[in-house]
Ligand binder design. Structure first.
Ligand code: AMP
Length: 520
């Protein structure tokens, strides 16, 4: 049997391949209608192009491009060709890309034409043999070269534990780690979600998903795209989130997935009401905590109860509030919780000594299941550290489980900041700040933000005699790291608060700055 994920996705396409699979809602020449046949044929051409390069099986194909349907086709092509898809956040700057290329040693890099100069220099220096371009207007050398190849392709034979993708997640030490996900990890999770969320097959009338999330991240690439592909459902495809434009398409849709920030922004639209949601079946939220206020406001305005779920790059989805109110996996959707562990996923909460905690007590969340990744790319030691001796993955999240099995996330042991659904690891930003001229040390924290969930805040101490300018530090930082990681406020202080062990007391800083982004 071929366990190539593409085989399972392809088997779910509707019988009539001339139906629209994806309709673009914005971007150049919208609306464009891509048929299921187009997904099949265009990804075949790209897979044949990859085959023609004679790469060893399991080569990494690094991709930093704007969101487009062609970028999704490229993902499918990489699966078909039996290589490993390595998506990179479009906000990453050259110094960050250099690290990923050095660490992953991709055989191929695909980037936007406007980045070709610096990106190809970095790639060729690191030994990457091929650099193609792909833009969001259907131009670039990737498509030009793929057009020369046949539009049919037999998927490479893959085992369930062969790698399908590497997703880089930032590390607390400041260095990103590549989470290695196999064909089996991704397919098992997609199948579980298909059943659990009641995705409707074409025979059942099909679903229509509004796809607004980036496709370099687990949420948009795996949870959203796999859900629609594996159920043969149409996608209304947005390259960026614009609340008004999304609202205009809501009446045609049945499923929407977003990070909490998107729900907050939709709520600010006067037109959001029950009528606009008349064909909606399911609103799903994740990647960051959904405020109870948003959960309740959404119910009032739309009559729908948002289903909150929890997962991460290393594991895809772990828990979900129920879709159905009755039945074996049924029950209420409880606001403020991320629901029980998904079928097939085991979840436990432990104390610092590795002892299981009773119901309701807060501790470290650990998980096991067919969805849990194989480890971090070329970091065996880090991988060993993140798994317990009996094989459970330490999520780094802290939470509790109630008597009904519902999980509540209370914090992140690793001080991760989540701003607008994106993760920012303070240690990484601190590393950049501390390298700047005149900076003695720094601490980066998240402060509650009404739109983004959290906003990044930096507190910086100058070296003796150095005259620092906070605006200049921020400007310099913007040239080095993705904009979402750049502090929205940067304070110059004389000292950082420390405990007797010499550790910076970030809890005091968080307390001090908690009102910084209050509305108004
Ligand atoms: P990522 O690997 O980028 O998907 O980030 C994973 C992290 O996001 C998790 O470890 C959690 O800390 C956080 N996260 C994801 N979903 C939720 C949620 N529904 N509520 C709270 N935190 C979440």
């Amino acid at each position: 049997m071929n366990h190539n994920l593409y085989v399972a996705l392809r088997a779910a396409f509707p019988a009539d391949l001339d139906q629209t699979a994806i309709e673009t809602a914005d971007g150049p020449d919208a609306p464009l209608h891509y048929r299921w046949a187009d997904l099949e044929q265009a990804s075949a051409r790209m897979a044949n192009l990859l085959d023609s390069l004679d790469l060893p099986a399991g080569s990494r194909i690094a991709v930093q491009v704007e969101k487009s349907v062609e970028a999704l086709m490229l993902y499918l092509a990489v699966l078909r060709a039996g290589h490993v898809f390595l998506p990179l956040n479009t906000a990453y700057q050259a110094s960050e890309i250099e690290y990923f290329i050095g660490n992953a040693e991709p055989a191929v890099l695909v980037c936007a034409t406007r980045h070709f100069g610096w990106a190809s220099r970095l790639a060729f220096r690191a030994g990457t043999g091929h650099v193609f371009t792909l833009n969001d207007d259907r131009t670039g050398t990737l498509l030009e070269r793929a057009a020369l190849h046949a539009d049919h392709h037999t998927p490479a034979q893959r085992n369930a534990d062969d790698l399908a993708a590497i997703l880089y997640t930032s590390g607390t030490t400041g260095r990103s780690k590549g989470a290695m996900l196999s064909h089996g990890n991704l397919l098992s999770n997609a199948q579980t979600l298909k059943t659990h969320w009641g995705w409707r097959s074409p025979a059942e009338g099909g679903d229509v998903l509004i796809h607004v999330l980036p496709i370099f991240h687990v949420h948009g690439l795996f949870v959203a795209s796999h859900g629609a592909l594996l159920s043969g459902s149409k996608m209304i495809w947005f390259s960026k989130f614009d609340p008004r434009a999304v609202l205009a398409r809501l009446p045609e849709a049945s499923v929407f997935m977003g990070v909490p920030t998107l729900y907050v922004r939709l709520l600010a639209e006067a037109g959001l009401n029950k009528e606009a949601c008349r064909h909606m079946r399911l609103f799903i939220s994740g990647s960051a905590p959904l405020l109870l206020e948003t959960f309740a406001d959404w119910q009032d305005r739309t009559g729908h109860t948002i289903l909150e779920r929890y997962g991460m790059s290393e594991t895809v989805m772990l828990t979900s509030n129920p879709y159905r109110s009755q039945g074996p996996d049924g029950g209420p959707r409880k606001g403020g919780t991320v629901g029980p562990a998904l079928p097939g996923v085991s979840l436990r909460v432990q104390d610092d000594d590795g002892q299981p905690l009773p119901t309701g007590e807060i501790g470290a969340i650990q998980v096991r299941g067919p969805n849990v990744f194989a480890g971090y790319w070329r970091m065996p030691e880090k991988t060993r550290e993140e798994f317990t001796a009996d094989g459970w993955f330490k999520t780094g999240d802290v939470g509790r489980v109630d008597a009904d099995g519902y999980v509540t996330i209370v914090g992140r042991s690793k001080d991760l900041i989540i701003t607008g659904g994106y993760n920012v690891y303070p240690a990484e930003v601190e590393g950049y700040l501390n390298d700047m001229a005149g900076v003695a040390e720094s601490a980066v924290i998240g402060a509650p933000h009404p739109d983004f969930g959290e906003g990044v805040v930096a507190v910086v101490v100058a070296k003796p005699g150095a005259a620092l300018d906070s605006a200049a530090l921020v400007t310099e930082l913007k040239t080095r790291i993705a904009n979402f990681k750049v502090p929205k406020h940067l304070f110059l202080v004389a000292d950082l608060p420390r405990n007797t062990m010499g550790k910076v007391q970030k809890n005091l800083l968080r307390e001090q700055h908690k009102g910084l982004f209050e509305r108004g």
